[in-house]
Design a protein. Structure first.
Length: 367
């Protein structure tokens, strides 16, 4: 290796230190599969994936007040076993890849014993929590969900009473019909909403990382005509309320951001009103449903990759094999393959939630 790495530098600026390390031959040399006498740096694409992965870990370290010099095997186990809304953040295969990546970092930093290697030794991969299959709503269930949205404005609505219900209604429409992640919906900015509908009545949502989760990628997705009316109605009410700030879906009249737990609760309530019994009644299931619908309609995987803001086309592979939840599933527990052409459909009106395969930046490790 060229120069001995500074552990203090990795403690102070871990993301920058890793970014500098991953593009060097030194990173390649840490691989157990390295056989080349003169290794070449990895590709920019691979570097981007590794940077995303390490960035997630660095964020976790910051939140838990640990550093590269102090993190131990028990800490790493807690990291790979993180869960939200009752679901593991990292499936078992990806959790193992995280540990292998960190093992390479600690080898490079000459940390002995290597905490990642200890965590790997203590992890029985055969007994990690079983990964549940990706689930998407079928045509009928998605229609039921949209029919059960929070109430819209009526003629007898007084002033802005109940405005949060209409905010939630528009937000859930955007997640269901445009496939936004929860973090992207929470951080959606007014300037990111297109103002000119296309010939089909759809508008563009130009998603940027600003005000969102740090793993969001810049991309553009279209909200179809069916969802435009709901979003426009909410934007008009938001303007009439003189809510400050740039967030499309603020938490309060002061314009502060929503908490993702609030979004989850409200989305779950819509699932319950619709009578749809699924284990993951949140934004992720809505995003899965959007992706599957697009594939059903013949959207090329390259276009879906762009629409979802994924880094690699192969990240859409899992959507081809998602299990489709249909109305009958609630009674019979059955599910059909989302790749079944007979199941292809797309809801027309809203009145009628992860590399998804875990191999690349996000939905990099979520499904």
């Amino acid at each position: 290796m060229s120069t001995h790495p500074s552990l203090a530098e990795w403690d102070a600026r871990p993301v920058e230190a890793f970014a500098a390390f991953v593009i060097t031959p030194d990173f390649v040399l840490t691989s157990s599969r390295q056989r080349d006498p003169v290794p070449l740096p990895i590709s920019a694409e691979s570097a981007a994936i590794y940077k995303f992965m390490f960035g997630k870990f660095a964020t976790w370290m910051l939140e838990h007040s640990v550093r590269m010099s102090t993190v131990n095997a028990a800490d790493l186990r807690r990291f790979i076993e993180l869960s939200h809304d009752g679901r593991r953040d990292l499936n078992s295969k990806i959790a193992y890849r995280y540990l292998r990546l960190l093992e390479r970092c600690f080898d490079y930093l000459d940390r002995t014993p290597n905490p990642a290697r200890q965590a790997i030794a203590a992890t029985d991969r055969a007994h990690l929590a079983e990964d549940a299959p990706m689930l998407a709503l079928g045509q009928d269930d998605l229609g039921r969900f949209l029919a059960a949205l929070p109430a819209g404005r009526t003629d007898d609505t007084e002033g802005h009473a109940g405005w949060k219900r209409r905010r939630d209604r528009a937000m859930q429409v955007v997640m269901a019909l445009a496939g936004l992640r929860v973090a992207e919906a929470i951080g959606l900015l007014l300037d990111e909403v297109g103002r000119q509908p296309d010939i089909d009545g759809a508008i563009e949502l130009n998603i940027t990382p600003e005000a969102k989760h740090r793993t969001s990628y810049e991309h553009t997705v279209k909200l179809p005509r069916a969802g435009v009316a709901e979003l426009v109605a909410w934007l008009k009410e938001r303007e009439a309320m003189n809510i400050p700030g740039d967030l499309v879906f603020p938490a309060n009249p002061e314009g502060e951001p929503l908490h993702k737990a609030t979004v989850y609760r409200q989305t779950r309530a819509t699932f319950e009103r619709a009578g749809i019994a699924v284990a993951r009644a949140g934004g992720r299931t809505l995003r899965n449903s959007f992706a599957v619908q697009q594939l059903d309609q013949g959207m090329p995987r390259s276009e879906l990759t762009t629409a979802l803001g994924l880094a690699l086309e192969r990240s859409t592979e899992a959507y081809r094999y998602a299990r489709r939840h249909e109305a009958l599933d609630d009674g019979a527990g059955a599910a059909t393959s989302a790749s079944d052409p007979a199941a292809a459909a797309h809801p027309e009106t809203p009145t009628g939630e992860a590399p998804a395969d875990g191999s690349a930046p996000d939905d990099p490790h979520r499904r």
